[in-house]
Each structure stands twice: as C-alpha cells, then as structure tokens.
Write a protein that binds this ligand. Structure first.
Ligand SMILES: NC(=O)c1ccc[n+]([C@@H]2O[C@H](COP(=O)([O-])OP(=O)(O)OC[C@H]3O[C@@H](n4cnc5c(N)ncnc54)[C@H](OP(=O)(O)O)[C@@H]3O)[C@@H](O)[C@H]2O)c1
Length: 283
C-alpha cells in the first residue's frame, strides 16, 4: 500500500484495496474465460470486478481439494513457503531450520516442508495454542512463544547445533535474536517484516548485522511474483504432500466484505491462525 520504493505501485488514496482474489466469471468477453469458470489472481476488495488475462487466470483443476483450500494454499502462501525455503534457504537433511510467524499461513507450511526434507524445525509464534498446534499436530521439533519466553535463550536451547536456515517472516527483534545463533555459511530467507510493516518511523537495526560478515551468511530477500513461471512445480509438490497427509493447512474465513478492514488487522495482532480470508460470496 505504502508510497515507498517497492515491488508494486502504491494503492492510491480512495482507490479500491488490492488483494489476491478468487471468484466466478459472471460475464465474459474472452474465449478463454467461460461464464461460470472459477478464476483467481490479483484483484480488489469488491463484490464484482473486471479482470483481464494479465490479472486473473482460470483456477486449474484443484484435484481432490476444495476450491477454498486450493486457492488459500496454491495462490500465494504455499509457493512462497516452497520457493523461499527450498530455493533461498536451501536446507539440507539434518540441518536446523527456524521459522518465525510459524503458525501463520506461510510459516506453518515452511516448517512442514522442512520436516519433509529431514531438518530439525523450530517455530516461533505468539500464543501457547499456536505453539501447541505446530509442535503437537504439525510435527515441529520445538515451538517458542516469543511473547512469554526470552527469545534468545529459548532459541539457543531449542537449537543446540545452531541455526542453518532462518526463514524470516517478521524482521525486528526475532531476526536480531537469530543472527548470533546462525552457523557458519547459514542462510536467511528474507520473506517478510511484519513486525515493522506498520512503523511510521524508520526502524533501527538489526543490531546484530555484523554476524552476517562474521558467520559468512547469505541473506536473500525474495518476492513470490518472481517465481510465477515455476508455480506448477510448487503446486504439484504441495498438492502431493497434502494428499499424502504430510502437509496440513489451516484456513480462517470471515464472512462479509464489510468485515475486511477489521479482519486484516488480525494479521498484525496475531489473531489469525493459518490463511486468513474474507468470503464475499460462495464460489
Ligand atoms: N516475500 C513474499 O513474496 C511474500 C509472500 C507472502 C507473504 N509474505 C510475508 O510472509 C509473512 C507471513 O505472511 P502470511 O500471509 O503467512 O501471514 P500470517 O503469518 O498468516 O499472519 C501474520 C502473523 O504474523 C505474526 N506477527 C504479527 N505481528 C508480529 C510481530 N510484531 N512480531 C512477530 N510476529 C508477528 C502473527 O502471528 P503471531 O501470533 O505468531 O505473532 C500473525 O498471525 C508476512 O511478513 C508477509 O508479508 C511474503
């Protein structure tokens, strides 16, 4: 949204809010978009909108998955977890992977992929319930509640062999806590900085920046839009793991477009678990 140097133009004041959307074609002037077809892509928070082949694509066969699960997992968060962890983080079996916002949409999938790849996985989340979910149901090796525990000592205790890959969804204090614990030649997949995304003033830090040099770390930011051409690879792998029961996804759906503004705030207070969506209408 913000008018800063970034990967998309800012959302203009008074313009419809931008979002990743899924819906049914009600009228079409394009031969590839039959009326009644389900499409998804980049749109706006609206009851109806005009899409083009550049903005929305037919939702491919969702196989055994309900449309809502396929959309929630395959549209953005699953591929973000997949490419961010595997292409940027490059985890090897036996290595230790730490992920923040670990009970969120992206983070919960990151941890499960890392387990599939044979890693020790430590998740950081903001409530006891979220920690219990990722540890007891998703199979993370350890979970840290950053709101109630001393994050640095808790991560050190949960990562006796240090951190090889940190999948960073939050930036800020948790990034700072992870930096000194990184192993030589460790990798940081820099996915998001939700802890500082609403800051009105520039945020100082990371204070442990020198560790990038001392530990010869590779810190790489990525934007999922750059991996669009490889989506079929991610969707095939994620779909197979979901069908095999190796990846569980959780969705939280709030009905009513009129609730969108209050609902999006849940992301910043941690009131959501898994992929948060607004249902404007059933598709
Ligand atoms: N690079 C890309 O292409 C790409 C694509 C999609 C998403 N992302 C980024 O990935 C991250 C996760 O996105 P998501 O859609 O999966 O959201 P999400 O994790 O489902 O929801 C956000 C979570 O962030 C945590 N959080 C909020 N404020 C925090 C803070 N100050 N410190 C620590 N944790 C905080 C909350 O969980 P707790 O209760 O645990 O605090 C909240 O539930 C975001 O940073 C997002 O911008 C990046």
């Amino acid at each position: 949204m913000s008018d800063v140097d970034q990967y998309m133009p800012p959302v203009d004041l008074d313009a419809p809010m931008r979002g990743i959307v899924c819906g049914t074609v009600t009228q079409s002037r394009h031969p590839d978009y039959a009326e009644g077809a389900i499409v998804s892509g980049l749109g706006t928070w609206a009851d109806y909108q005009i899409g083009t082949p550049q903005t929305v694509q037919p939702l491919s066969d969702t196989g055994p998955f309900a449309v809502v699960d396929a959309f929630s997992t395959f549209a953005i968060v699953g591929p973000t977890a997949y490419f961010g962890l595997l292409d940027i983080g490059k985890p090897q079996a036996g290595e230790t992977v730490v992920v923040s916002a670990a009970a969120g949409a992206v983070g919960s999938i990151v941890g499960q992929i890392a387990k599939i790849k044979g890693c020790r996985v430590v998740g950081i989340a903001g409530t006891a319930e979220k920690c219990a979910w990722i540890r007891d149901e998703l199979g993370f090796d350890a979970a840290i509640n950053y709101r109630t525990e001393d994050v640095s000592s808790a991560i050190a205790a949960a990562c006796p062999a240090g951190i090889d890959v940190y999948f960073d969804n939050v930036g800020g204090a948790i990034l700072d806590a992870c930096l000194p614990l990184m192993n030589l030649n460790g990798r940081i997949a820099f996915c998001g900085l939700i802890s500082q995304i609403n800051a009105a003033e520039p945020v100082p830090g990371p204070y442990n920046y020198p560790m990038i040099l001392m530990k010869r770390l590779r810190v790489e930011g990525f934007i999922i839009l750059d991996f669009m051409h490889r989506y079929p690879e991610a969707i095939a792998a994620l779909g197979q793991w979901m069908a095999e029961g190796k990846i569980q996804v959780r969705t939280e759906i709030v009905d009513g477009l009129e609730n969108a503004l209050q609902t999006v705030k849940k992301l910043y207070t941690g009131a959501n678990t898994g992929k948060l969506m607004i249902r404007v209408k059933d598709v």
